[in-house]
Design a protein around this ligand. Structure first.
Ligand code: 2AM
Length: 177
């Protein structure tokens, strides 16, 4: 069994933009390591090997366009005690990617969290109210999406991409990486 979710992963340039724009004071005990930064597209949960194979087949069928997200707000979400980057707006291509994944997962009778999608990028956990503001809005281009595996280590969750699919019109690569 593996705990899996589809996500958007900022590339090196995106991670750099985030690092440059975050305030020094995040008001949080646990900033996320750069390698963990992502926007969840669809949370799947614990899947067995057959389900993971079926999920990969769903991803193979996706035809969606690349897009950019502009994060202008560093919010505090009290329920998850997280500091999160929230996009100014969700472009139609991003909504279409999420909708197509959800539709095909439903058709394949695969389990996923079907609640309304609130795209966000968590930058710190165990946070409290307060802390600094973003120095500048952050625009990140996404040319692919990934299947991420989550493992719980003593120091916190570790997320690892175990599959990558390019969005047409981009020069992304298939396979793991
Ligand atoms: P979060 O960053 O707001 O905690 C791995 O757990 C990723 O999936 C995290 O980005 C988490 O969001 C997200 N996620 C979305 N729905 C979830 C759910 N139902 N259970 C756990 N994590 C979920």
């Amino acid at each position: 069994m593996a705990r899996l979710f589809f996500a958007l992963q900022p590339d090196a340039r995106g991670r750099q933009a985030i690092a440059c724009s975050l305030p020094d004071d995040l008001a949080a005990a646990r900033p996320l390591p750069e390698s963990n930064l992502h926007v969840t597209l669809v949370f799947l949960g614990e899947l067995d090997g057959d389900q993971e194979t079926a999920v990969r087949a769903v991803a193979d069928e996706i035809a969606a366009s690349p897009f950019a997200l502009c994060f202008s707000e560093l919010a505090y979400w009290p329920r998850s005690r997280a500091r999160v980057l929230v996009p100014e707006e969700v472009p139609p291509a991003a909504q279409a990617l999420r909708a197509e994944l959800a539709r095909r997962l439903r058709e394949a009778q695969l389990p996923f969290d079907a609640r309304i999608w609130h795209p966000h990028l968590t930058v710190a956990r165990r946070a409290r109210r307060g802390g600094g503001e973003l120095r500048a809005p952050i625009t990140i281009a996404f040319n692919d999406f990934v299947l991420m595996r989550s493992r719980t280590e003593p120091a916190g969750a570790v997320y690892e991409p175990v599959g990558r699919w390019s969005l047409p019109g981009s020069s992304g690569v298939g396979g793991v990486g």
